[in-house]
Design a protein around this ligand. Structure first.
Ligand SMILES: Cc1cc2nc3c(=O)[nH]c(=O)nc-3n(C[C@H](O)[C@H](O)[C@H](O)COP(=O)(O)OP(=O)(O)OC[C@H]3O[C@@H](n4cnc5c(N)ncnc54)[C@H](O)[C@@H]3O)c2cc1C
Length: 471
């Protein structure tokens, strides 16, 4: 195809080279549609799957945990299938392997963590009951309160944090009960055998996306380093304008940009997106989620996998993860700490040197006997300020309805389509959500290319506010 800037035409333009975009392209290819072009702003495929090297060790700074691997008889998580296909090494994660600390140093409050876990399970059950009765969505905080769970000490807050904020990236006040239960229940099912796994592959977990793409995509079907500025659509045609002025037309455009990118108006639509679509996009938030990696000259911390820290201020460096662990990277000297929500926005705004000072002060508090040194390296990806992502992953506000969810993934006029982790009802925020949506929406496009079935498009409801139904 012509890349000189004079314009060209494809059957399908796939916008974005994360999991959703690559799996959509594969789905088109498998149906014999090779007249597509995948456009990606970055210089490589992978999207929110990214790695960084500290010392000699490659760590995952974005999606890298396979949540709900579903071994045994259950349908396996397709992300695990991809990892196995491309010999990407992973290790199990043991969530029961915690050490406990508070602002006085080591402190054992595992009983409080067990209580928080019980409250989480009860909230998931309550969500199922409310959904089957068609009741309106409520926040996870409201649900916890209804269940009598009212944490009122730093140790109880940290315990609650481990089940909610660490998983969803936002506090229970901002988490939809219904949507979080859908995600939790579909990810983990009834399984007691399902485990999470973490990538340990030194090529980076992005290998699952890049190797998969290399197995079917040609150089002519991929346009890297190219930013989409605007998308025009009508019932007859679509066209996309890149930041270098190149205009590409297509029968169909599939947009897989994050909800954060769509919310920030980084890409303009001509005409503007209809109100029902804008309301759906605005009913999600992009979580602020920062895992801060540090490499120390020597290991001075716990031998367990995780450390939970209860500061007086909820959410202040609450989770520590030891990568210098026999299952991960022994002798690497790597320890991470995860912050979310407002504290993540704070660390995104300050310098790495300031973060170092804060974290070292906390580490000195929790290891009063140890020789706590400065980290030799500190890195985290500032997802919130990255214009290609604008946050970590999508979370529904406590205003989830079936109609808003359907409107989020509905096409516009049978020409402009949307897919990605955010459009997934059952796995929103997760890599498998992006995978299934890329596959499913590409199949809808195939119907409209007259390759398979009838072109009906995906239904939407113009008056989204008319119904509260969550089922
Ligand atoms: C810190 C962090 C931790 C996470 N942890 C996990 C985890 O443990 N388990 C899990 O399952 N998931 C996790 N996730 C979520 C997971 O990474 C995502 O759900 C998934 O990778 C999203 O894939 P996607 O294809 O929907 O979107 P993306 O990967 O965002 O793909 C969209 C692509 O569009 C490109 N793009 C954006 N704007 C433009 C433009 N204007 N022009 C051209 N291209 C553009 C982007 O560069 C990107 O490559 C995590 C995410 C983060 C950030």
């Amino acid at each position: 195809q012509d890349s000189s800037g004079s314009g060209d035409h494809y059957s399908v333009l796939v916008l974005g080279g994360g999991i959703a975009g690559v799996i959509a392209a594969r789905t088109l290819h498998e149906a014999g549609v090779d007249d597509y072009l995948l456009v990606e702003a970055n210089t490589e495929l992978g999207g929110r799957i990214r790695n960084w090297q500290l010392g000699d060790t490659v760590v995952e700074v974005g999606g890298g945990w396979i949540q709900g691997s579903q071994p045994g008889d259950e349908a396996q998580n397709p992300i695990l299938t991809l990892a196995e296909m491309w010999n990407v090494s992973t290790a199990p994660i043991d969530y029961s392997d915690f050490s406990y600390y508070d602002f006085t140093g080591p402190a054992n409050y595992s009983d409080q963590e067990a209580v928080a876990g019980g409250s989480f399970d009860s909230a998931m059950t309550l969500a199922g009951e409310r959904r089957s009765q068609g009741l309106v969505d409520i926040s996870a905080r409201t649900a916890l309160s209804l269940l009598g769970s009212v944490p009122s000490s730093p140790q109880a807050w940290a315990s609650e944090y481990a089940f909610w904020d660490w998983e969803f990236g936002v506090p229970p006040e901002e988490t939809s009960l219904i949507a979080s239960a859908l995600r939790n229940n579909y990810t983990f099912g009834d399984s007691t055998t399902s485990t999470d796994r973490i990538s340990t592959d030194q090529r980076g977990f992005k290998t699952i996306v890049q190797s998969e793409a290399a197995s079917f995509m040609t150089e002519q079907q991929l346009l890297l380093n190219s930013t989409v500025k605007s998308i025009s659509y009508s019932s007859d045609n679509t066209s996309v304008t890149l930041s270098n002025g190149r205009v590409i037309t297509a029968d169909h455009v599939l947009c897989t940009f994050s909800a954060g990118v769509l919310q920030h108006n980084d890409v303009t639509f001509e005409p503007a997106l209809p109100d029902w679509k804008r309301e759906a996009i605005s009913s999600l938030t992009m979580s602020s989620y920062s895992e801060i990696f540090m490499r120390f000259p020597n290991k001075f911390w716990f031998d367990s996998t995780f450390g939970l820290y209860a500061d007086r201020a909820r959410g202040t460096y609450p989770i520590f993860h030891s990568y210098d662990h026999p299952d991960l990277f022994p002798d690497s000297g790597i320890l991470s700490t995860t912050v979310t929500g407002d504290y993540s926005r704070w660390v995104t705004a300050i310098s790495n040197e300031e973060i170092k000072d804060e974290v070292v002060a906390v580490l000195k508090t929790i290891f009063p006997e140890a020789n706590v040194t400065e980290p030799e390296e500190l890195f985290f990806h500032r997802w919130d300020s990255d214009p290609w992502f604008r946050g970590a992953s999508s979370v529904w506000f406590p205003a989830y309805t079936k109609v808003r969810q359907q409107n989020l993934r509905a096409d516009i006029g049978g020409r402009l389509w949307f897919a990605g982790e955010a459009t997934s009802r059952d796995f929103n925020g997760l890599m498998q959500g992006a995978y299934f949506e890329g596959q499913d929406i590409a199949q809808e496009i195939l119907k409209c290319l007259n390759v398979t079935g009838n072109c009906a498009g995906l239904s939407f409801t113009d008056k989204a506010l008319a119904t509260n139904a969550t089922a």
